[in-house]
Design a protein around this ligand. Structure first.
Ligand code: AMP
Length: 223
């Protein structure tokens, strides 16, 4: 089974990374009047940066990738194109990570043309420099080798997807899985441990979505 390189990021990492990032922004002399969080990954870092930088104004913009029907091409889009007047204001646009950088580029262009601020600067906790199409003005960690960073705010979503992927790919040789089988295969395969509460929630969510079926204490992949 193809291995996706995964790294677990903890809540403690996020708080200390955001604190360190705020110091970089402060020492640059940039004084944001408003922080704009990219939904959904930028929410928590943006809120923490407001705290560390003493910024009261926090807005959000949802810029995300979507797969076209044929699933050949992927592009980013702004989901809710509302208008606000930010004239005369310095904006700090915040995301968790710059991977391709497409959602940030799109959001930045939209904000400049529709919200008309004085200036926009981008801050991200992590920047995957070999693949990103843009370099954020402020970042804490330059990632030189691609990983999927398992952030605390996508823990359940990612755990569901990873479990589904394991059961799908191992389906040829194994059809019925106990809860313990799922947990140990997940830990062995991805090399991270999300904790039993997340494993339980993920299996329950997959059963209610009809992805897994429970038959006498064993789980079978349906979809
Ligand atoms: P992008 O437009 O490719 O820079 O990424 C859009 C969003 O997808 C990011 O803000 C993250 O929330 C999520 N994302 C993309 N790549 C990764 C990654 N390698 N690890 C964790 N989350 C990611």
């Amino acid at each position: 089974m193809a291995k996706i390189p995964v790294k677990l990021v903890t809540w403690e990492d996020i708080v200390s990374w955001s604190r360190e990032l705020s110091k970089i922004i402060k020492s640059s002399g940039y004084k944001p009047d408003v922080v704009v969080a990219i939904a959904r990954g930028g929410y928590v870092p943006a809120r923490l940066l407001c705290d560390f930088l003493g910024v009261d104004n926090l807005l959000s913009i949802q810029s995300q990738h979507w797969t076209e029907a044929a699933k050949v091409a992927e592009r980013a889009l702004i989901k809710f194109r509302y208008s606000v007047d930010l004239s005369g204001m310095n904006v700090l646009l915040v995301d968790d990570i710059v991977d391709t950088g497409e959602s940030l580029m799109l959001a930045k262009n939209f904000i400049i043309s529709e919200w008309r601020p004085k200036d926009v600067k981008i801050a991200a906790l992590q920047w995957i420099s070999p693949v990103a199409k843009l370099r954020p003005d402020y970042y804490l960690i330059e990632v030189r080798e691609w990983y999927w960073f398992q952030y605390p705010w996508t823990r359940l979503e990612d755990t569901c997807q990873f479990i589904k992927r394991i059961l799908k790919e191992e389906g040829v040789s194994k059809r019925e899985w106990s809860f313990d089988d799922i947990v140990s295969k997940f830990r062995e395969h991805y090399g991270i441990d999300v904790g039993l509460d997340y494993f339980r929630d993920a299996v329950e969510a997959l059963v209610s979505a009809g992805v897994l079926e429970e038959v006498s204490g064993k789980y079978i992949l349906k979809l």
